[in-house]
Design a protein around this ligand. Structure first.
Ligand code: GLY
Ligand code: MN
Ligand code: MN
Length: 444
């Protein structure tokens, strides 16, 4: 199974500590367990920042980084071994495992954190933490600080500066290493197989959830523990609901089905959208809209590379889509003026993409100093133009209504331009129709 190697976590901690101000400490909690109902928990997903620095998969843990500390810079608080609890809930690393398997220099029971952590903070000038993201943890942190302040008369030195860790960490996360790209490439391949399988399985009379089942089958078979986000399987006019979640309608010949789904591998997301006809053949209008979105996507790929800024890809899609909608008669007027007026937003109301990584909408600033960020090798993003013509849009001829198309792929910026990670799913009308026809011929 492809995963981030242990050495990479050590490299990340080192890189973060190298950027921290002298005499400082960074403190970050693991994700809390989320209760689904009564005794049932949601499947546990580690906090992305915590995972990025530790690879430690358990809840009830806190990572502490203390550059220059004599007895070890990387301290992990985690649950103690407990044979009875482990019998019910699964194995725990314990403090020994934290050191042996996760590279901690020092590990303590999480239950002892109130006694130990203030001592680690004391004497440090600056505390880096994810301020504002974990309300309860922020409260604990203030309690630990206050316990040091209360001993100031005995000579204890509380820190005076509190700094958002996100700023450093999220910039690191924006640049994907070779190991990260490898994991993301694999996640993209598994997701590509899932989309191909859904296209092959698609038949009128099945339901949107039938195709969701095909996706999940491939995700799990590929080793993914879960999708990177709730899968969208939206047929007919449902495709015009951008975050459609019901996935319950019956599939009808004559409709398109839009699938936006991707799996997560070792906490790295993939994010693919394909739109294809339930019958296996696009209608004239569906094909016209589809090919326009595809052309916009191609223009976006060409606008991605080192030295290009973040918004160039989006601008390219707006240009192509606006001009195309005028050509099809869906918009009327001068293309440049329509772009200036944002007329495309009636049909294309989202942006061409987002950063992609451990979070599907990944961290990282899109602007720096008020200017669009310039792309650099290792940055990963999605390219996902779409056109959505609402079923009740009275401004367009009836034949166009209810068509929703999005095409989404994942790319990583390379030295020459970009690498498409999700190229294994057919994209052109001819390729999709051929794949679906072949699947039907096999069954017949
Ligand atoms: N699946 C969420 C997105 O495409 O941004
Ligand atoms: Mn996306
Ligand atoms: Mn998506």
């Amino acid at each position: 199974m492809i995963h981030i190697p242990k050495a990479e976590y050590a490299r990340r901690r080192k890189a973060l500590m190298a950027q921290m101000e002298p005499n400082s400490i960074a403190i970050l909690p693991a994700a809390a367990v989320a209760i689904r109902n009564r005794d049932v928990e949601h499947v546990y997903r580690q906090d992305s920042d915590f995972q990025y620095l530790t690879g430690f998969p358990e809840p009830e843990a806190v990572v502490v980084l203390i550059p220059g500390r004599e007895y070890g810079e990387y301290v992990l608080f985690c649950r103690e071994r407990n044979p009875e609890r482990e019998l019910w809930d699964g194995l725990r690393a314990g403090q020994e495992g934290a050191v042996r398997d996760y590279g901690a220099d020092d590990a303590f029971p999480i239950n002892d954190i109130d006694d130990i952590l203030p001592g680690l903070i004391e004497g440090r000038d600056r505390v880096y933490s994810a301020m504002g993201s974990h309300a309860e943890f922020d409260r604990h942190l203030m309690e630990w600080i206050n316990s040091i302040r209360s001993k100031a008369h005995l000579g204890a030195q509380p820190p005076n500066e509190f700094v958002a860790l996100d700023h450093l960490l999220h910039d690191m996360r924006l640049y994907k290493s070779a190991a990260e790209v490898k994991v993301m490439r694999y996640a993209a391949q598994v997701s590509a197989r899932a989309h191909v399988r859904a296209m092959q399985a698609c038949r009128a009379g099945l339901h949107e959830y039938s195709l969701e089942a095909e996706l999940e089958y491939e995700f799990r078979k590929g080793g993914a523990r879960m999708p990177a986000y709730g899968s969208i399987v939206a047929s007919g006019r449902n495709a015009c609901i951008l975050h459609y979640q019901e996935n319950a309608a019956a599939l009808k010949n004559g409709d398109l089905v839009l699938i936006d789904a991707g799996c997560e591998i070792d906490c790295y997301a993939s994010d693919i959208t394909r739109t294809f006809p339930v019958s296996g053949r696009f209608s004239v209008e569906q094909k016209a809209i589809y090919e326009l979105v595809l052309k916009a996507q191609q223009a976006a790929f060409e606008a991605i590379g080192p030295g290009r800024h973040w918004n160039e890809a989006h601008e390219a899609t707006v240009q192509v889509i606006t001009a195309g909608l005028v050509e099809l008669g869906l918009l009327k007027g001068d293309v440049a003026q329509l772009i200036e007026d944002g007329a495309h937003r009636a049909f294309y109301m989202h942006r061409a993409g987002h950063w992609l990584g451990m979070d599907v909408h990944d961290v990282g600033d899109y602007k720096v100093g008020g200017e669009w960020r310039v792309l650099e090798p290792g940055m990963a993003l999605t390219v996902e133009p779409g056109i959505y013509i609402a079923a009740d849009n009275q401004n367009v001829a009836k034949k166009w209504r209810g068509i929703g198309v999005r095409i989404e792929d994942d790319v990583v910026v390379t030295r020459q331009g970009c690498e498409i990670l999700t190229g294994d799913v057919p994209r052109s009308v001819a390729e999709i129709e051929a794949l679906m026809a072949a699947a039907r011929a096999e069954v017949a």
